[in-house]
Design a protein around this ligand. Structure first.
Ligand code: FAD
Length: 281
């Protein structure tokens, strides 16, 4: 199918993009087009205006800001996967994005597009929640909003973004020396969306977990930040990982294939914790 007719705009900077959104609040931003064009072709989305932000070079940048990386919304998946700064400072992000689709999709798809699209099985939203990232949201008529990643995703393909708002930057805290991370997902084939996955960030002191963030994706309407009280104050071993994973996933009710996805979630949490423990030794 072909999309419904639309007006096409191609702003050259963020201010112009925000002005275009102001003029057409029901317009859609076009970033990598990997999700939006498919839903437009199916006529599930019929925006009056398509605002192509692909020329906003100012958002295709990554800054090292001491304890964080500041990543522009237009950075492609492939850039996150290969950028030396990202790989060194926030390796969980580079690992997670390597599981997104195939290389042709990663060459086009953007961090901002993935986050705004909010597919509940997407890797990047889950990694950002695990890393305790902050999303910067701009609109023409008010000061920038800073939204913690864990508050950004509301439901299937639904976020706190309001009409005429644009995600511009993402602040990702870079884990310190005492922090380790793990990632695991299960997909039917390499490149498919995951049936379940887990991203874990652990801070440790004298071999025991001091703080943990463990996020599941693919098993609910959005990334789920698990209660990690059962992990803190003890070391992560194969046994504690398995016991925690069993406990943390027991009451999940995935909307599709609940038994299978619950089982996959349990395996992913165990693997991600073991991955973190191995990396931290
Ligand atoms: P677009 O398609 O351009 O936009 C998506 C939505 O976000 C639109 O509503 C758009 O208006 C909005 N938007 C874009 N940028 C902004 C912004 N800065 N501010 C506010 N709103 C914005 N994803 C995964 O996570 N895991 C996978 O395994 C995976 N597999 C895929 C397999 C295939 C075959 C395909 C086609 C896609 C797959 N994807 C997967 C999706 C891919 O990651 C997309 O790139 C991503 O979801 C959207 O990014 P985009 O830049 O292409 O956004």
């Amino acid at each position: 199918m072909k999309p419904a007719p639309f007006h096409y705009r191609r702003p050259l900077d963020v201010a112009e993009a925000l002005a275009e959104l102001r003029a057409a609040p029901d317009g859609k931003l076009l970033a990598g087009g990997q999700s939006l064009l498919a839903v437009m072709n199916l006529r599930l989305s019929r925006p009056s205006h398509l605002i192509d932000i692909g020329r906003l070079g100012e958002l295709d940048r990554i800054f090292d800001d001491e304890d964080s990386l500041i990543v522009g919304a237009l950075c492609t998946h492939r850039r996150l996967e290969t950028d030396p700064l990202v790989r060194r400072r926030v390796p969980l992000l580079a690992e997670a994005v390597g599981h997104v689709g195939h290389i042709s999709i990663r060459n086009q798809g953007t961090l901002g597009g993935s986050v705004a699209h909010a597919d509940p099985a997407a890797e990047l939203p889950a990694a950002l929640v695990a890393l305790d990232a902050t999303l910067y949201v701009d609109r023409h008529d008010r000061p920038r909003r800073e939204v913690p990643a864990e508050a950004f995703f509301l439901s299937f393909y639904t976020t706190v973004l309001e009409p005429a708002e644009m995600l511009t930057w993402i602040r990702v805290p870079a884990p310190g020396r005492d922090t380790t991370w793990g990632f695991a997902e299960i997909a039917r084939r390499r490149g498919d969306f995951a049936s379940a996955g887990a991203a874990v960030v652990l801070s440790r002191e004298a071999g025991v977990v001091r703080r943990a963030r463990c996020v599941l994706f693919g098993v609910a309407d959005r990334p789920i930040l698990l209660d990690t009280a059962g992990l803190t104050g003890r070391p992560v071993t194969g046994e504690t990982a398995e016991a925690y994973a069993a406990d943390a996933t027991r009451d999940l009710e995935p909307p599709d294939e609940p038994e299978l996805r619950r089982a996959h979630a349990r395996v992913c949490v165990t693997r991600a914790l073991r991955d973190a423990a191995r990396r931290g030794t």
